[in-house]
Design a protein around this ligand. Sequence first.
Ligand SMILES: Nc1ncnc2c1ncn2[C@@H]1O[C@H](COP(=O)(O)OP(=O)(O)O)[C@@H](O)[C@H]1O
Ligand SMILES: Nc1ccn([C@@H]2O[C@H](COP(=O)(O)OP(=O)(O)O)[C@@H](O)[C@H]2O)c(=O)n1
Ligand SMILES: [Mg+2]
Length: 196
Amino acid sequence: MSRSSANGVTVIFVLGGPGSGKGTQCKKIAKHYGFSHLSVGDLLRVEMESGSADSAMIKNMQKEGKLVPSDIVVKLLQRAIQENGNNKFLIDGFPRNEENLSAYDAVIKIEPKFVLYLECSEDVMIQRALNRNQGREDDQIETIKKRVKLFFESTLPMIEYFGTKGKLCKVNGEKSVEEVFEEIKGIFSSHEISKS
Ligand SMILES: Nc1ncnc2c1ncn2[C@@H]1O[C@H](COP(=O)(O)OP(=O)(O)O)[C@@H](O)[C@H]1O
Ligand SMILES: Nc1ccn([C@@H]2O[C@H](COP(=O)(O)OP(=O)(O)O)[C@@H](O)[C@H]2O)c(=O)n1
Ligand SMILES: [Mg+2]
């Protein structure tokens, strides 16, 4: 039996390229449905600012648009889940490749209820990330292009794998914020997740 059915913890992976709207939609879902939003990029940024032994490496990987080793990412995620009293989590921006997924399966082991994928064209991703204005060092054009490339090379094949398992829920991430959220509400309703 998966841990999700054993202890009643619900996990949803929220995936999409940079700028596809993961953070934007997760905030709305969290508020509407009472989920806790765990953005792995944010967890890494907090760890980077903490001055821990991994700070410099994380800063460098983010600046280069590369992925931080999975063991470090999974430890941060596990700690965030354990410290949180909630039993419903949106995991935003993870897993991003097969290695992330294997590390998750080995350590955290909570089978996701489904994977929410915000589909967006490369041009829209790039424009949104460029206009984001959050002071992120990785939101400059050269790094964004590397991140987009990595998304299509490493993340998308893994997302498609969830499709073969019948776990993939895809929405059109290019519509307005409210239209995307309406589509998401339909998906949540079909999975019998109701307003908190
Ligand atoms: N559906 C949308 N339409 C237009 N702009 C959006 C939409 N969703 C998000 N944005 C904007 O695009 C940028 C990237 O969104 P964000 O949620 O940070 O994406 P991600 O977490 O996937 O990188 C932000 O400036 C956000 O306000
Ligand atoms: N699973 C993850 C998620 C993020 N990251 C790092 O954090 C960066 C920013 O991730 P993010 O999820 O905040 O980025 P967006 O998709 O929101 O633009 C990535 O480019 C990686 O360097 C990672 O290494 N592994
Ligand atoms: Mg984000």
